[in-house]
Design a protein. Structure first.
Length: 268
């Protein structure tokens, strides 16, 4: 598809199936890698497309890989969701909501391998312009950066698959236009680190917000620290058993490494 805008991909551990988020196509493309390798990577290795909302980004598997969690930055008109969000990157003076909330979308992986068009099992509102999604160490909580909401959202993954109306755990306010998010370890506890990108107005150094993963339901009180970053911190990865943070500062042309055990954090 012309201008599909493929931005993210993820592959099952058995190396059989590749999922690709196509932002402009409002779809997740499913590719049979065994067929692709056998036929010289021709187009007929594409199994089909999973219909989602506008601008899908995240592609995160549950620990057992039976479920794929993805995000869409705005619901399509066909879902009938009300306009509650102000568009990003437009007139900064605009304050009237003109588009619906985005969503966390739950996909049945095995069904996607056979019938992608019918693989979605749940769609849950997730603030304005949700982008990245990561899971807790146990896989029981999904953490989502809602870029236009300036917030980190948390959802119970079992309820996302089942009772989706009760899946929300909490929301923590962070900095402007959060993008990257990762789960790490600091001071002996599980933390969530969020990259405050300030994507649409960055003029200098930004920051990372450190959140106590166990206190996500406490809102702002869950924030236990901040880390200086460069311009537009975009992607985050935790290495060294979660104790070292790798940050890509997109507009600073730099990679930053942080020893999380040396970051000053609020008391438990």
């Amino acid at each position: 598809m012309k201008r599909a805008g493929s931005v993210y991909l993820n592959c099952t551990r058995d190396d059989r199936t590749l999922f690709v988020s196509d932002e402009y196509a409002q779809a997740i493309t499913v590719i049979d890698l065994e067929r692709a390798r056998a036929n010289g990577y021709k187009a007929d290795a594409i199994v089909g497309k999973i219909p989602v909302g506008r601008a899908p980004v995240a592609l995160t598997f549950s620990p057992d890989e039976r479920t794929l969690f993805t995000t869409s930055q705005a619901a399509p008109k066909s879902w009938g969701w009300p306009a509650e969000c102000v568009p990003e990157g437009d007139d900064p003076m605009q304050t009237t909501p003109a588009e619906p909330r985005g969503a966390v979308i739950v996909v049945d992986v095995e069904r996607a391998r056979r019938d992608p068009s019918n693989a979605v099992v749940a769609r849950v509102p997730a603030g304005c312009h949700p982008v990245r999604l990561v899971l807790s160490e146990a896989g029981d909580v999904a953490f989502v950066t809602a870029r236009k909401s300036n917030a980190l959202l948390a959802f119970d993954t079992a309820k996302l698959r089942g009772d989706s109306t009760a899946a929300s755990i909490g929301s923590v306010p962070v900095g402007s236009a959060p993008v990257g998010v990762t789960v790490a370890r600091a001071g002996g506890r599980q933390v969530v680190v969020v990259a405050n990108s300030n994507r649409f107005a960055s003029a200098g150094a930004e920051s990372l917000t450190v959140i106590d993963a166990r206190r996500i339901g406490e809102g702002a009180a869950a924030t236990i620290g901040r880390i200086p970053a460069g311009r537009f911190p975009r992607e985050l990865r935790a290495i060294d058993n979660g104790r070292t943070l790798v940050v890509t500062n997109f507009l600073s042309d730099s990679i930053q490494l942080v020893d999380l055990d040396r970051v000053p954090l609020a008391a438990r």
